[in-house]
Design a protein around this ligand. Sequence first.
Ligand SMILES: [Zn+2]
Length: 319
Amino acid sequence: MVSGNNNFGVVFMLNRRNFLQLSTLASSAALLPPVLKQQAFAQSSPLKLQALQPNITLVSGGACNVLVVKAANGELLVVDGGHKQGAKDLRSTIETSTGSKKFATLINTHWHPEQTGLNEVLGNKSTRIFAHENTREWLSTSVKRLLEDKVYPPLPELARPNDVFYNYGDFMHGTSKVEFGYLRQAHTDGDMYVYLPEANILHAGGVISNEGWPLLDWWTGGWMGGLVDGLETLLSVANTGTLIIPANGKPITRVELQAQRDMYANIFTTVRNLFQKANTVEQTVAAKPAKAWEAQYGSADAFITLAHWSLIPHLTPDA
Ligand SMILES: [Zn+2]
């Protein structure tokens, strides 16, 4: 992964072409705030509980969708933890609704503050905090993203993931199997999914946002091509009856997931072609690669800006 000490994710491979691309960033900074505003100020609103199945609850309305699974022995598996400001409220909501305080496993689908707020509240030796190794690394260092006037400090040691993986695997939660896998360099470079085969529920983490255009966090290793790859991996895990939980917004079906994959693949092809013709980011945005979907999802200018930038370390010929 890219060193967390870098100010932005591609500095280690900076060369003349990269520099020219990056030098256009300042002039296109005006395109950025809507995305980062969404990212930085996604605050908690009243939490909503939805029983997906007996002992499986979706908690929404906070900074992200939180999945809670209670095993027969009372042990809790929690996937993602909302923002730090809402963490105590989330913990008590989970305790009240499940009648349990046994937080056995907390999963971070990626490092973003909207997912990792529960870490400090539950961070102790008895709760396993599970994540991809890259997520642990980002949570162990300061992150400063380009053009964003904010530094994300490392989490205290006890709040960092204490159990990590690299590719995929499974574990038992009570008597039920939990499968997980890595979604390489998509939304960040530490994305993962969590699949409950018995319940047929798939938490997709940050690779799916069902509320407008997603953040492509290329400062910490996300990129447009990886987003499409990640959606294809999710398609390979899901079946026709799978309930798919995005990072934000309502759950979707596999048919909707397929539509998202097709949309992003289409946009990726267009942005890549424009990029390879040495377009500037302004030219790529002006070409409106996502025009067909803007009536549904709103202006994609900020997303296209990030998509274009995200290609710099991947497609620049001499990178
Ligand atoms: Zn995220």
